[in-house]
Ligand binder design. Structure first.
Ligand code: AMP
Length: 593
């Protein structure tokens, strides 16, 4: 299938001074010269040998005499601003690591966070890594069911959360988590008979020698979803910090002294890799806003904090774009030097809106939980093609591939073929070798192995590449849903709905939405004796929300003739085609290609 390789929007070129002042001034030369060993040498490593993410993010700066620089600028819900220096963060994270030791939590054990943006989140994440434990962040808007699944899968030994989240989401599932030994609560209202985290930290020593982790030691677990089965836990190691640091420099143009704001939720991979780790390794000041999205609040944060580099997402940009540009005009955004976006397709209009309203085009970039760091990006010094995700980072090799000769072969057994023609659609693939590549899905070697073919990692995304090497996102090769930037596994939603006594079967799809990209929509067939009433619809929506939280279906349709494959699976693609009013074949780009 031949498709066009560019949107009808004219490319945006960069003035000479911008090009000269960028971290990466010449893309082609940087790609030729790049070497991951040299990128690793920009970090210090542990004084006694080994590599630890938290040391590179915090202690390295203190050791180099930069302890007084502000590491974290926290804005609470009521607009109070608290600055935490690198030296202070080093001490607080030492206390947290000591607390884990005191509690008998050993190296390699799993510490989960279920928190919004509060200082304790940063302390828990980095303290956990210092102690050589494995950090697993959870999205705090999840309902109890996705939390239960993930904590069981990841083998949670410790959970750090708030009392409110604990009572709402953990208490109902606590009995199902026998391995959970400690719950650390960050607010002044602890469980009966327990101390607050603040008290526990105050009683812990501020001195700690970072556990001598090796580059290949497990550091982070990030949960993600596929088309089938329960969520997967992608394993990342301490060496990932090399890619966090390098890509922040190249794709985000980040430098020491920058005021950096990443709006991603800390429960997902972007909030971890770029909301915490990458900017700290660079020595920037991380802005962290506890408040929810609000148009004026966001412009105020950009303006009052003099944010220089802003990393956000298409849904957020589209929410800003719904308001008049005059609102932006009321704020002084002159400190902004660079704006980037990730997580879902960025429509060309948003790129142009950035240029016209913020004074800077939005630079789209692409990556996923498994890759651990940005893989494809537009760059500050380079031409932006609105609608394109950009080009591979220095040190990253990408391709567009087709699976086996019939286009349908199992990728584990089949051969892949590189698409040579510009504009042809295929599956986006990457040649493994960058440091933040995931090392496996926890306890699921077969699922991991199924991601590779002929030495390529297949991303599950469909894309095309133009003659100049720019990549253009086409869609997903599977049925996962992206709603407001959050990856939702349809199987997980279907399973939760089928726990309701009225539901015989469910098929879940992403329904296009102008702001969120996609909305989760469920089609359900009912068991005998249940009628498809408005009351039942309301009950099912509420049932889904209670179990799943923010990833619950927003719409439910009754359908007593759900389409099935010959093997009896619900055909989500057909449901989606019906929803869109398109012939099913049009959605199956790979197979028709
Ligand atoms: P996650 O693993 O939750 O970070 O989701 C990764 C997926 O989000 C990718 O495989 C893509 O499907 C989608 N995605 C991420 N960035 C972009 C982008 N710039 N354009 C289009 N889709 C994106």
């Amino acid at each position: 299938m031949q498709q066009t390789t560019s949107s009808h929007w004219a490319p945006i070129t960069k003035p000479r001074d911008v090009r000269e002042q960028s971290n990466l001034t010449d893309y082609a030369r940087a790609c030729r010269a790049f070497d991951w060993g040299a990128a690793r040498a920009e970090l210090s490593g542990l004084p006694g040998g080994g590599l630890n993410i938290a040391y590179e993010a915090v202690d390295r700066h203190v050791a180099a005499g930069r302890g007084e620089v502000t590491a974290l600028r926290w804005i609470d819900r009521h607009d109070q601003v608290t600055d935490i220096s690198y030296a202070d963060l080093a001490e607080r994270t030492n206390r947290f690591a000591n607390l884990l030791r005191t509690l008998g939590v050993g190296r390699g054990e799993r510490v989960f966070t279920l928190l919004g943006r509060v200082p304790e989140l940063y302390v828990a994440v980095l303290g956990t890594l210092k102690a050589g434990c494995v950090l697993a962040p959870l999205f705090s808007a999840f309902g109890p069911e996705p939390i239960r699944q993930r904590m069981r899968l990841g083998g949670a030994a410790v959970l750090v959360t708030t009392p409110a989240l604990y009572w709402k989401k953990i208490a109902p599932i606590k009995d199902d988590l026998p391995g959970l030994r400690h719950v650390l609560l960050v607010n002044p209202d602890p469980l009966p008979g327990e101390a607050t985290l603040a008290e526990q930290l105050a009683g812990s020593s501020p001195d700690f020698t970072v556990e001598p982790t090796s580059p290949q030691d497990m550091a982070l677990l990030h949960f993600t979803s596929g088309t089938t089965g329960q969520p997967k836990a992608a394993v990342h190691v301490h060496e990932a910090v090399v890619a966090h640091h390098s890509t922040a420099k190249h794709a985000l143009d980040l430098r020491a002294g920058d005021v950096f704001w990443c709006t991603a939720d800390p429960g997902w991979v972007t909030g971890m890799s770029y909301g915490i780790i990458a900017p700290l390794t660079i020595g920037a000041t991380v802005v962290s806003d506890e408040g929810e999205f609000d148009t004026r609040r966001w412009y105020r944060v950009l303006s009052e904090q003099k944010v220089t580099v802003w990393y956000t997402a298409p849904t957020a940009l589209r929410m800003l774009m719904r308001h008049s540009a005059d609102i932006a005009g009321e704020y002084d955004l002159s400190a902004l030097r660079y704006v980037a976006s990730v997580g879902e397709p960025l429509n060309p209009e948003a790129v142009i809106w950035g240029r016209d309203v913020l004074g800077l085009p939005v630079h789209d970039n692409w990556w996923q939980t498994e890759t651990g760091a940005i893989m494809i990006s537009n760059f500050r010094a380079e031409e932006v093609r609105p609608g394109s995700m950009g080009r591979p980072l220095p040190g990253v090799t990408a391709a567009v591939l087709r699976r086996g000769p019939d286009g349908r072969a199992q990728i584990t057994h089949g051969k892949v073929r590189e698409v040579a023609e510009p504009g042809e659609v295929g599956e986006l693939a990457l040649r493994p070798g960058w440091p933040s590549m995931f090392r496996g899905y926890l306890d699921e070697p077969a699922r991991y192995a199924a991601c590779f073919a002929d030495g390529w990692y297949l991303t599950g995304d469909l894309a095309r590449r133009d003659a100049d090497g720019y990549y253009w996102f086409v869609g997903r090769a599977d049925d996962v849903i992206k709603s407001a930037g959050h990856l939702v596994g349809p199987f997980e939603v279907e399973s939760a709905l089928m726990a309701h006594p009225a539901v015989a079967e469910a098929g879940v799809i992403g329904k296009p939405d102008p702001v969120a990209g996609e909305l989760v929509k469920a089609f359900v067939s009912l068991r005998p004796g249940f009628e498809p009433t408005e009351q039942l619809r309301g009950e099912l929506l509420a049932f889904g929300r209670r179990a799943l939280g923010a990833v619950a279906p927003k719409e439910i349709a009754f359908d007593d003739a759900l389409p099935h494959t010959r093997s009896g699976k619900v055909m989500r693609r057909l449901l989606k085609a019906r929803e869109l009013g398109t012939p099913e074949g049009d959605l199956s780009t790979l197979e028709s290609a």
